[in-house]
Design a protein around this ligand. Structure first.
Ligand SMILES: Nc1ncnc2c1ncn2[C@@H]1O[C@H](COP(=O)(O)OP(=O)(O)OP(=O)(O)O)[C@@H](O)[C@H]1O
Length: 362
């Protein structure tokens, strides 16, 4: 299998009822790209158009050196010839066949490529004990694991996952998210992952495309896109910073870990992490409190020294967004305008950002 030298480029326009989708997306050739946005933004429609499942989309889609669609030249490669591994919100499997039968369907058609680690994937997704079971007897979470491994074993050039966890309960969702995180480091092909759950996105994505009302409003690294001050109000709750660091301490007595990052250390709840483990956590803008002085009597375990970079309207008249720099790490706070004025804040000021450890629980 040859890997794409360039990723996916899609410039597509299409109308579906009240939705006018008009996107221009350029994705990296590796890693996970999240297509994120509020409900109804057009994420699934966009993914389907990329796959060739929306035939009336107009524009150009290329993947690596392959042109999948070019309306001006009447080129349209049908979905089954685009080498896609598609996973939908609801698993679509051969319900009367065994798990092994489902997994091997695409794997056999792809001629069992040597570079695909069938056994490793079965173990990584916890399917070993289920191989002989009929799919119809599995739970929703188990079926979705089968869908994912089946897609991976079909030797795709591009994986398209459309809200694969949204129909699952909290436990199944957490389990599968863990599987996907572990898969991340071994993925040889790019994945587009549609979600409206920002925590999933932050844990998985290397790159984010933010969609609102059929349009791309930002694309780039999670850190850069989610700390922007100019995003539409519909994306407001997703705003915040993505902190990357390594576990530098574990306090089993208080069940907390310390995460060392560019701006200092953060305490957050312990979930079985190990020292040295790389971690990402999201600090939602609404969970950050700003103070002029470092506080001595506060229940917030985290206080990070920052400098104010800029302030902007938060889209809600009583609130503003404050961009902060913590020794090179970008943070974002959403506070009231009243607080901004009461503290006499302005760009360039030194402040402390307080964050409760429980706000950082994964
Ligand atoms: N075939 C269709 N006919 C009419 N309207 C459609 C059709 N397909 C999609 N839409 C509309 O387009 C909008 C976007 O739908 P889409 O499923 O792409 O959004 P989404 O961002 O994936 O939303 P969600 O997160 O809720 O799944 C919705 O308002 C939907 O009702």
């Amino acid at each position: 299998m040859t890997e794409a030298a360039h990723g996916l480029d899609a410039k597509l326009a299409l109308r579906r009822g009240a939705l006018v989708l008009d996107v221009d997306i350029a994705l990296p050739a590796r890693g996970i790209t999240a297509l994120f946005g509020p409900s109804g933004a057009g994420k699934s429609t966009c993914l389907r158009a990329i796959a060739g499942l929306e035939r009336d989309g107009v524009g150009r889609v290329s993947f690596g050196h392959d042109v999948w669609q070019d309306s001006s030249r009447r080129i349209f490669v049908p979905p089954h010839r685009r080498r896609l591994g598609y996973v939908f919100q609801e698993p679509s499997l051969f319900i009367h066949h065994s798990v092994a039968g489902n997994l091997d369907y695409g794997y056999r058609r792809a001629r069992r490529p040597a570079h695909l680690d069938r056994e490793g994937m079965i173990d990584r997704f916890g399917l070993r004990a289920l191989l002989d079971r009929r799919v119809g007897t599995l739970s929703g979470g188990e079926r979705q694991r089968v869908s994912m491994v089946r897609a991976l074993l079909s030797d795709p050039a591009l994986l398209l996952f459309d809200e694969p966890l949204s129909a699952l309960d909290t436990t199944a969702r957490a389990d599968l998210l863990g599987c996907l995180e572990r898969l991340h480091g071994t993925l040889r092909v790019p994945m587009i992952y549609v979600s409206h759950n920002i925590d999933e996105v932050v844990r998985l994505a290397d790159h984010i495309v933010l969609l609102d009302d059929g349009h791309v409003v930002a694309q780039g690294s999670p850190q850069d896109t989610l700390t922007r001050l100019d995003l539409p109000p519909a994306l407001g709750e997703a705003l915040g910073s993505v902190v990357e660091g390594a576990v530098s301490g574990i306090d089993t007595h208080d069940q907390l870990i310390e995460l060392a990052f560019a701006g200092g250390t953060l305490s957050l709840p312990y979930h079985g992490e190990t020292i040295g483990q790389s971690m990402r956590c999201r600090i939602a803008a609404r969970d950050v409190v700003l103070t002029r002085e470092r506080q001595v009597s506060t229940s917030a375990l985290n206080q990070v020294a920052c400098r104010i970079v800029a302030m902007a309207d938060a889209g809600v008249s009583s609130q503003c967004l404050v961009q902060l720099d913590a020794s090179g790490a970008a943070l974002l706070a959403r506070i009231t305008r009243r607080s901004w004025h009461a503290l006499g804040l302005s760009a360039g000021d030194e402040v402390w950002a307080q964050v409760k450890a429980v706000a950082l629980g994964a």
